[in-house]
Design a protein. Structure first.
Lengths: 350, 350
DNA sequence: CCGCGAACTGTAATCGTTTACAGAGTGATC
DNA sequence: GATCACTCTGTAAACGATTACAGTTCGCGG
């Protein structure tokens, strides 16, 4: 029998209402009971300010109503919009969301998946920076459903949502070529990641498709960040003054490139057209506003969340793998058109 | 006795190692045992890939090793940097972080505090958009330690960390006046929030302090957002062409104002100086880069996290209330100096 | 060889909830 | 009035770990 100290439990309520703990539980969960019993239990619970212990409930029920989202970097706007959309799906269903920042450390990613075995979370949305054999092995044994945001080898038996960064890059390069640009530089992020590799592929694909020969000297890699983008742009422009446009692997790099251009007295887009990627708030923030490829991070978050909850309450479907189509959002940094803030013409869908 | 299905439990291990569940628990938690016992338990655990059930552990232990952070908007860079710093403090200590987005709904904020009673989280960092009597009442009865990021009436018995947005605003206005600006407009966020009110006070204080009379027509309020900032700036400049500078309650508004100025052919800072607030990535993203008041969101997150963990393992100290001093980060939007990207002179501390 | 203490181990209670099962009460029907 | 069906209730067993307590083993000194 619980003493007066400590928060009220089902037993406290039972004592006060003069019924058994079973009846308390039944009343509070809306299972049938005699009107009189219902009244007394509800009154006792209200008077004592009873709130069921969620941990005990999880232990019995085997479900925590918690989901985990693991991504490389809380600060990156692309992941922030994933978080927002995941919340939008899961919060109305009564799930809490655990955030895990892996800082792009592969071992940390594996740990998150492994820790599903502690039963502390009902499922995981994982955004790995790269996928190794170890990832696949660990994912295959995951103790709870996992949805991966990113590309997996076809064999993997895990739900996934991927961006099509090859097509996205092609959209951007094609757009630049249609505008008459020929010396198109490329500032990429770290090359040893899946998106990094794909963007590189897209860049070369689109150039070849247009009958041009990619010049390796025009494609550089660097860290993500505004400063890094500015430095890379300066180096490129120093070495190859003939460059008429630059495509960047995210909006931060693109903004950095735009700053570098300004510092050198180049006009955007007349002297240098700039295209970013992710269509984050930064793209609209720039002046001129940046043309940017939207890889649909929000959409990927939403779809991943939907897949996860479907697997949680639906049971076992076959493995799903969706791809989100990229959109090119055209703004002044490639057209020079004077548009009002907030506008932006959506051009293509791959 | 657990059958073969389901994940291994302490009982499965015990059976396989030929010992009792108590010994299993002791070995796994590093309490004393005979070398032979240790070896057998560890081997059995390793072979079965045993991971302790965190829910059961929490039930017995009364601690979940989970903390909750509730803020108005996941997308706002100020809150994102709080999240990052909170993670930096709590992750090394083995805490998981639950994110809760209240969407600035007061009732939602109250629910988060109340839900501490379900024992699902060991503590809460709450970032309320405004503090009502109901807030204080609910906070006083909170079932777990809470740290508030924001201003509380002195009487409240809750740890808190506040920004000094009055001083921050004074820094900005004083800076503008030192630069010879006299017609200083003010684009504020929603006025019925605590920060909104304080920024207004700071604006008027600094003007009076300098012997100027605040002109109510120059101070407007609007939603947060780039577009909103642009619209507000257009309205202000239409109505009062003599304005020579504008101070904005966050960087998004400031960027919007900068866009509006560009659209009207005004030069920044020659024709219009612009100051933002929060010193988010957006401030560096702008062209020219924005002078901005850093209210220390990251620092507030870090301090709040430290207070919370101190209260969790330390026990009961007296109530603490810290204030983070603002910094003015001066960039081109008020000086016109051609600085390289990434630089920015830090001027004053209140 | 006995007794003592230390070191280890096992049994069982505990955390707070849900729920299978069986018992108790109610009313209707023949 | 006995029987039956039905609804409601209480007892007790889970869920999976930790831990107080009591019991066992062992070494060692006398």
């Amino acid at each position: 029998m619980p003493t007066s100290d400590g928060p009220p439990t089902v037993e406290t309520i039972a004592a006060r209402a003069g019924v058994s703990t079973a009846s308390v539980s039944r009343v509070l969960n809306g299972h049938g009971a005699r009107p009189d019993t219902v009244r007394r239990v509800e009154q006792a619970a209200a008077e004592l300010g009873y709130v069921p212990n969620g941990v005990a409930r999880s232990l019995k029920g085997g479900r925590t109503r918690q989901l985990t989202f693991a991504m490389p970097d809380v600060g990156n706007p692309a992941y922030v919009s994933m978080v927002r959309q995941i919340q939008a799906v899961t919060k109305p269903l009564g799930y809490r969301l655990l955030l895990h920042s892996t800082d792009a450390v592969a071992e940390d990613e594996l740990d998150v998946v492994r820790s599903l075995a502690d039963r502390t979370s009902d499922g995981l949305i994982l955004c790995p920076i790269r996928v190794t054999g170890a990832h696949l092995e660990v994912l295959a044994r995951a103790a709870r459903p996992v949805v991966v945001i990113g590309s997996l080898p076809g064999a993997a038996a895990v739900d996934s949502v991927r961006a099509d960064s090859v097509s996205g890059t092609v959209l951007a390069i094609r757009h630049l070529m249609e505008r008459g640009r020929r010396r198109i530089a490329f500032i990429n992020g770290p090359a040893d990641t899946v998106p990094g590799r794909n963007r590189r592929i897209g860049y070369e694909t689109a150039l070849r498709e247009a009958g041009a020969v990619p010049d390796p000297a025009l494609a550089v890699t660097t860290e993500f960040g505004i400063e890094a983008g500015a430095r890379a742009a300066h180096r490129l422009l120093d070495a190859h003054p003939g460059i008429d446009s630059v495509f960047c692997a995210n909006d931060q790099l693109a903004l950095g490139a735009a700053h570098a251009a300004h510092d050198r007295g180049l006009r955007i887009p007349e002297d240098l057209a700039v295209v970013g990627m992710d269509d984050s708030e930064l793209a609209r923030a720039g002046h001129p506003a940046l043309t940017s490829v939207d890889l649909g991070s929000g959409a990927r978050g939403r779809i991943a969340a939907e897949m996860l909850v479907a697997r949680l309450d639906g049971g076992a479907h076959e493995v799903r793998c969706e791809t989100v189509a990229p959109r090119l959002v055209v703004r002044e940094s490639t057209t020079g058109a004077r548009t009002r803030v907030g506008s932006g013409a959506v051009v293509g869908v791959a």
